[in-house]
Design a protein around this ligand. Structure first.
Ligand SMILES: [Zn+2]
Length: 491
């Protein structure tokens, strides 16, 4: 049991948690965003991140500090917190990125972990191998063996109160990711970054990103804090949180600002192409695009970085509020409409509805049916499973109508996408769902599957289904033993 991470609230596989970082003496509320601080280029000072944006945690690179003589000396002398002027939690990366980029680095895992400890890092990182997507299975396995050695080396170092990351690699092979996650979880290390997903995100392969996260989650216990390493674009926060990610790091806010790129929750805009600034943050409220274009390079970069951070923190607050309200999947759904690749990501997430269902609360405020994808949500799956255990006998009418009938032993309501249920459940979540009047085929098909489940579980019942003009594709899923009545044609 890992006692430094406590879960407070859940929705789908998303959760609000508290990560206790003992060395910093702080508790970080998750989902949390860690701005990346390049110790050589300070776009926004850490003290401003803390006071203006409420940053509780940031991440910087101990390898860069170690290889830059004056930074190294300062960090060893006064410690990271004083050097960066930040009182929250500081996570340090190890040089793995440089290793992947340049092929070699001059430090081992024990050396970098000790260095991170010596400079006062609160969460250290071993030198793992970030295996990119699409490599051969042989390479992915070979790299994974090296990463597992790095984890064992990190475990052997006495790190006191410093937490230590246990990165999960395995490229685009879900079984390797799951195995790697299980091995990482079996160590006594503390935080679990899912690594090397940046190339997937940069090429908009969100469905594969979700499959990778889902595989890692299968290997990790629910009490494992999960960091989606390199994920800093606010458009995917809701999706990644719903898949079970707790920590994000953003270099994007600064890197994008440097190229005049403007983050939004629907994607990325270029300052040159903006006629308006579609955002409510202080920067955008006070400036027109021309004002920003007229600034000198440093000023423009700083203002764009501030906007990018406001959007990122704003979206995380929206995600957390959605978890509290129980409508995270509705938020994911609306974000999925911002880009076709995000829709792929949402569809991939629903492929894992069984895993989402395990952490999804049984009762929430309301279920909004917003698209065909809503028919695949965990709540629908859970209702179908429940139909296996709801006994009914005699002459049974299943109807989309609200009225009763004297000619049947039992009258059950049918609500797409859930299907049939006894009337006494009508006021219980999720059967209180708000659905559009123009029900789509996916909802009817899902309700028909519910009818089939009920008939299967109660073979002796004589069932009549009174439906509101269902599509033939839905009626084809209803067992032949069921008498069909079309309420629209009959009336
Ligand atoms: Zn803005």
């Amino acid at each position: 049991m890992r006692d430094h991470f406590e879960l407070r609230h859940a929705d789908a596989a998303g959760r609000i948690g508290e990560l206790t970082v003992p060395r910093a003496g702080v508790t970080v509320e998750t989902p949390a965003l860690m701005p990346v601080i390049n110790p050589n280029i300070e776009t926004i000072p850490p003290v401003q991140l803390e006071t203006e944006f409420g940053a509780q945690v940031l991440i910087t690179n101990s390898y860069i500090i170690r290889s830059t003589p004056d930074l190294r000396e300062r960090a060893l002398d006064e410690g990271l917190h004083s050097m960066l002027d930040f009182s929250g939690a500081i996570v340090t990366d190890s040089g793995s990125f440089q290793l992947a980029e340049y092929g070699e680095i001059d430090v081992t895992t024990p050396e970098i972990i000790e260095f991170q400890y010596d400079i006062g890092s609160d969460v250290g990182t071993p030198v793992d191998i970030p295996t990119p997507p699409d490599v051969s299975r042989e390479q992915a396995e070979r790299d994974l063996a090296t990463t597992e050695e790095a984890l064992a080396d990190a475990e052997a170092v006495d790190t006191g109160e410093m937490l230590v990351n246990a990165p999960v690699q395995g490229s685009t092979y879900p079984d390797l990711r799951e195995r790697a996650a299980r091995a990482a979880y079996d160590t006594d290390l503390d935080v679990f970054p899912v690594g090397a997903v940046v190339p997937l995100m940069n090429s908009y392969r969100y469905a594969e990103m979700i499959d990778v996260v889902a595989a890692a989650k299968r290997g990790l216990g629910a009490d494992a804090p999960v960091h989606l390493f390199g994920a800093g674009h606010p458009m995917m926060f809701a999706l990644a949180v719903a898949a079970g990610c707790d920590l994000f790091d953003s270099a994007a806010y600064a890197l994008y600002a440097r190229d005049d790129r403007y983050l939004t929750v629907r994607g990325t805009e270029h300052l040159d192409e903006l006629e308006y600034l579609p955002c409510e943050c202080p920067v955008c409220a006070r400036h027109a695009p021309d004002d920003l274009r007229a600034c000198d390079d440093a000023e423009r970069e700083r203002r764009l970085a501030e906007h990018n951070l406001h959007v990122s923190y704003g979206e995380l607050r929206r995600v957390k509020q959605a978890i509290r309200r129980g409508n995270l999947l509705e938020l994911v759904e609306s974000r999925a409409r911002g880009h076709p690749a995000m829709l792929d990501g949402y569809r991939a997430l629903l492929d894992h509805a069984a895993a989402l269902e395990r952490s999804d609360p049984v009762s929430k405020d309301a279920f909004f049916y917003l698209s065909a994808e809503s028919a695949r949500r965990p709540e629908v799956r859970r209702h179908h499973a429940r139909l296996d255990r709801l006994p009914v006998s005699g002459d049974v009418l299943l109807t989309e109508g609200k009225g009763g009938s004297d000619t049947y032993d039992h009258v059950w309501r049918v609500v797409p996408p859930f299907g049939p249920h006894p009337r006494e459940l009508s006021d219980a979540y999720p059967l209180t769902a708000e659905t559009p009047d123009r029900v789509d085929r996916a909802a009817q098909e899902s309700a028909a599957r519910g009818v089939a489940r009920l008939v299967d579980a109660n073979p002796d019942a004589t069932v009549t289904l009174a439906h509101d003009d269902w599509d033939a594709s839905a009626l084809a899923l209803v067992p032949d033993s069921v008498t069909l009545r079309n309420r629209v044609v009959d009336s």
